[in-house]
Design a protein around this ligand. Structure first.
Ligand code: GLA
Length: 382
């Protein structure tokens, strides 16, 4: 058990018990991709896989972060945290403390022992899981009394401004606010959330995450470029954000966009927002065939218009659909990472086998198959 492992390592390293153990999950997005930084809609759910943090305060102003998955502890001075420094993976933890300080909260020294069980670099938000687990731990230990949504905002600030990855707000909101048996319908403009029941077994289906084992990094390259292209399109259309364009106004809006690439990016965002709303409506009436159709349409749009899929993701989706999945799409930022398939529970093995076979035939590494059930968001565990 990760909770006991993190706590045991803490007491061994610090000769005293941790004051508590907190956890926050990774997430997978059912639909609504690259919409979050356009003020749009998303529909993620939390994974069972989480990151655990055994934590205790210290009175010497040191932030000491160690991980069961890393060799060396990383030491920061709480009084002089600054963006852009060294510290590797531990910057995601330090960034949360920094963001809290920036928001005017008093945070002193801390010892943190991390046990991260969310696969890294797979698009399942291992970074948000780490940030959010640290967020709830520090909030509790220093009695900050922050709301979940505010903790999510600070975790996102850590990632954007301390680590320097220009990601949107979906992952941290999902890790903080998801509940078991539900997907989280999030409006990224108002930050309003609705818990949408997603009890797959009761509906006779399963959610299968397919890890292509091709990793991605959002600090660089394609992700940042997509954001800029969306901003360009919004500017030329004359709206604050692409969220402000709806399907009815799409054609007229696209005519104002000067480049063909930015037009396709904008088309993806506007149609994807509509697909999220349609998916929520379809889930509410248990119309899984429609959910599946929308997932595939999302994938096609991400592949052709937004151009963030990869050959491995396309093979995963195509093989899953050919083997009888109800729906499938890439999930997360893209350029590698995972796909998600909605599969009848009698066909899970057949779909998994078909994807594995297609990967072998294409000469790719064996994919990871991860059955996922909507799980609980950030919490105190001990
Ligand atoms: C990454 C980012 C999210 C979101 C997705 C794409 O996961 O961290 O904020 O933009 O990509 O939907």
């Amino acid at each position: 058990m990760s909770v006991t492992k993190a706590a045991a390592r803490f007491s061994k390293a610090h000769n005293t018990e941790a004051e508590g153990v907190w956890a926050a999950p990774g997430r997978v997005n059912l639909i609504g991709e690259h919409t979050d930084y356009n003020d749009g809609f998303v529909l993620p759910f939390a994974l069972e896989q989480s990151t655990w943090v055994a934590a205790g305060r210290r009175d010497d102003g040191v932030l000491l972060v160690e991980s069961l998955q890393a060799e060396e502890p990383v030491r920061f001075d709480v009084g002089s945290l600054a963006p852009g420094g060294s510290g590797g993976w531990a910057r995601y933890a330090a960034g949360v403390v920094w963001a809290m300080q920036q928001a005017g909260h008093e945070v002193g020294g801390l010892s943190l022992v991390i046990d991260g069980q969310v696969p890294l670099g797979s698009g399942l938000s291992s970074s948000a899981a780490l940030e959010c687990a640290v967020g709830v731990a520090v909030d509790s230990l220093y009695a900050l009394g922050l709301e979940r949504a505010e903790l999510a905002r600070l975790a996102q600030k850590a990632e954007n401004d301390f680590v320097g990855a220009p990601t949107g707000g979906m992952d941290q909101m999902a890790s903080m606010l998801c509940t078991q048996g539900h997907a989280l319908f999030l409006d990224n403009r108002t930050r309003e959330v609705e818990q949408v029941p997603l009890d797959a077994p009761a509906l006779g289906v399963r959610l299968l995450v397919i890890d292509t084992k091709v990793s991605h990094a959002h600090e660089t390259g394609g992700y940042r470029e997509r954001r800029e292209q969306c901003e360009q399109a919004a500017r030329e259309i004359g709206v604050p954000m692409l969220r402000d364009v709806d399907l009815d106004g799409l054609q007229a809006a696209l005519e104002k966009v000067s480049t063909e690439v930015a037009r396709r990016r904008a088309k993806h965002i506007v149609t994807e927002n509509a697909r999220v709303l349609d998916t929520v409506a379809a889930l509410r009436r248990d119309d899984l065939a429609e959910v599946g159709r929308l997932m595939v349409a999302s994938h096609v749009s991400l592949r052709d218009d937004f151009e963030v899929s990869s050959p491995e993701l396309d093979v995963a989706v195509d093989a899953a659909m050919a083997a009888g999945a109800v729906g499938a799409r890439m999930t997360g930022g893209g350029f590698g990472g995972c796909a998600i398939a909605l599969v009848r529970d009698t066909e899970v093995d057949a779909v998994g086998a078909a994807v594995t076979k297609a990967f072998t035939a294409a000469g790719y590494a064996e994919p990871g198959l991860l059955p996922a059930a909507p799980s609980q968001g950030a919490r105190r565990e001990a």
